[in-house]
Design a protein around this ligand. Structure first.
Ligand code: GLY
Length: 390
C-alpha cells in the first residue's frame, strides 16, 4: 500500500490499547498454572497451545509475555512463574540443551535479561551471559558472520539468516555488563555482513545468504521459509525491519536509518488492505494464502523502536503506521475470549507449504508464540515509554 493509503486506515485508540493489554494479562494469568513448569509450544493447534519442555528456539517468548504482563499488572504470581522459568533457562544453557543455533537472543533476552532488569535476578544475568558466549561461539571469521544453524562449518549451512539481527542485543548487553568488547565487536561484524548482503536492489530481502567457506566471499541468497528464493518471506522482511532499527540503536550509524526505511517501505508497499501481510510478500490482496499476523507485530515493534532514534517529525510516520497495524491486529486478529484460544493473536504462519520452502509445514493460520509476544510488546510500546528488554 502507498503511504497515503496507509494513513487513511485508523490508528488504535488509547482505550483500545488498554483493553487489548488488559485482555493479554487476563489470558496469561488464566493459563499460568498450566504453563509455569512447562512452556507454550511454538504454535497452537486449533487455537490452543500444548504444554512442552524448554527445548525450542521460541520458549523465551513465553517467559517474555509473562514479564510484560507482570510489568503491566504487577501480580506477584507472574514474577514468581517467570523466575521459575529462569531456573529452567539456566539449566538449559548449563547443559547445552537445544542451544546449537543462533537464537540465543530470542531465548535469553525476553526471559533472563528481562529477569535481571526487572527483578535483579543474578541467575538470569549469569544464564544470559552464558547464552551470549554460546552465540559468540557461532561466529565464522571467514566471511564474518554468525552461522545460524547446523554443525559449524558445514558447507550446506555456511550462511547467515536475516532473523539473526534481533538476536544481537544480547551481545551488546553482555559487553555492557562485563566490559568485554568481544560481544559487541562480534555483533557489529555480523550486522555489517548482513546489511551488505541481504538487502536486494528492489529493497526486498534474502532470508538466508551463503558465503564461500575458503575465502568468505559472498556467494548467493536463498530462502528457507519463504515461497521461493527470489520472493520476500514476510517474517524475514519483518525481522529485517526490527533488526535494522536495533542496529541503529546500538551502532548509532545513520546509514542504517536509510536501510530501515527501504526495507520497511517494501513491506508497506506489499501489504493488503488490512495492513497484515500474507506469509510471503509475493502474494497480494484476495489471494487464497494464509496471513502471517506475527510479521505485522514484529514490523510494528521495529517501527516503534526506530521512532526512538529519529527526530519527532521524522518518526511520526512510523509511529502512526505502527498504530494502524495494531488497530487492524486488535480488530481483526486478536483473541477476545478464553474459549477461542489460549493464545493472544490468531492467523499467524510459522512455515507454509510451497514448492520451494525447505522447512516442513507447521503452525499455519494459528497463534505463534513470537506473534503473541511481539503483539504485546508493540501494545506496551504504544502505551508508555517502555524500556526494552532488547
Ligand atoms: N526465526 C525463525 C522464524 O521466524 O520462523
Amino acid at each position: 500500500m502507498a503511504k497515503r493509503e496507509i494513513l487513511e486506515y485508523p490508528g488504535i485508540g488509547e482505550e483500545e490499547v488498554r483493553e487489548a493489554l488488559d485482555f493479554c494479562c487476563r489470558q496469561i494469568c488464566h493459563v499460568l498454572p498450566e504453563f509455569t513448569h512447562k512452556f507454550q509450544n511454538a504454535y497452537s493447534v486449533g487455537g490452543f497451545y500444548e504444554p512442552v519442555e524448554n527445548w525450542d528456539w521460541t520458549c523465551g517468548f513465553w517467559t517474555g509475555e509473562i514479564w510484560l504482563a507482570y510489568e503491566r499488572c504487577g501480580e506477584t504470581a507472574l514474577k514468581e512463574a517467570a523466575l521459575v522459568q529462569v531456573q529452567d533457562f539456566m539449566e538449559r544453557i548449563r547443559n547445552k540443551r537445544g542451544v546449537d543455533h543462533h537464537d540465543m537472543g530470542f531465548l535469553y533476552t525476553p526471559s533472563c535479561v528481562a529477569a535481571y532488569k526487572l527483578a535483579g535476578s543474578r541467575e538470569g544475568r549469569e544464564a544470559a551471559l552464558m547464552a551470549a558466549d554460546q552465540l559468540v561461539s557461532r561466529f565464522q571469521p571467514v566471511g564474518e558472520f554468525i552461522q545460524a544453524w547446523g554443525a559449524m562449518g558445514a558447507p550446506e549451512n555456511y550462511r547467515l539468516i536475516i532473523d539473526c539481527l534481533p538476536n544481537l542485543p544480547l551481545l551488546y548487553w553482555a559487553s555492557r555488563e562485563t566490559g568485554n568488547p568481544l560481544y559487541r565487536d562480534t555483533a557489529e561484524k555480523h550486522i555489517r555482513t548482513t546489511v551488505a548482503n541481504v538487502v536486494r536492489e528492489d529493497d526486498s530481502t534474502w532470508h538466508t545468504f551463503y558465503f564461500d567457506k575458503e575465502t568468505g566471499a559472498p556467494d548467493h541468497g536463498a530462502t528457507c521459509q519463504g515461497y521461493r528464493d527470489g520472493s520476500a518471506w514476510a517474517r524475514g522482511q519483518a525481522w529485517g525491519i526490527y533488526g535494522m532499527a536495533l542496529a541503529c540503536r546500538y551502532t548509532g550509524r545513520r546509514e542504517y536509518v536509510a536501510l530501515f526505511e527501504r526495507v520497511a517501505g517494501y513491506f508497506l508497499n506489499h501489504l493488503p488492505g488490512d495492513l497484515v501481510p500474507y506469509w510471503d510478500l509475493e502474494f497480494t490482496e484476495g489471494e487464497e494464502q494464509p496471513r502471517d499476523s506475527s510479521a505485522a507485530s514484529i514490523a510494528a515493534c521495529g517501527m516503534l523502536e526506530m521512532c526512538r532514534h529519529l527526530a519527532p517529525g521524522e518518526g511520526a510516520f512510523w509511529r502512526e503506521t505502527a498504530s494502524r497495524i495494531l488497530k487492524s491486529l486488535y480488530d481483526n486478529y486478536a483473541v477476545r475470549d478464553f474459549e477461542t484460544s489460549n493464545g493472544l493473536v490468531l492467523h499467524s504462519t510459522y512455515s507454509c507449504r510451497s514448492p520451494y520452502n525447505t522447512c516442513s509445514p507447521a503452525g499455519v493460520d494459528e497463534c505463534n508464540l513470537w506473534g503473541d509476544y511481539f503483539y504485546m510488546e508493540a501494545l506496551t510500546r504504544l502505551s508508555r515509554d517502555w524500556e526494552p528488554y532488547w
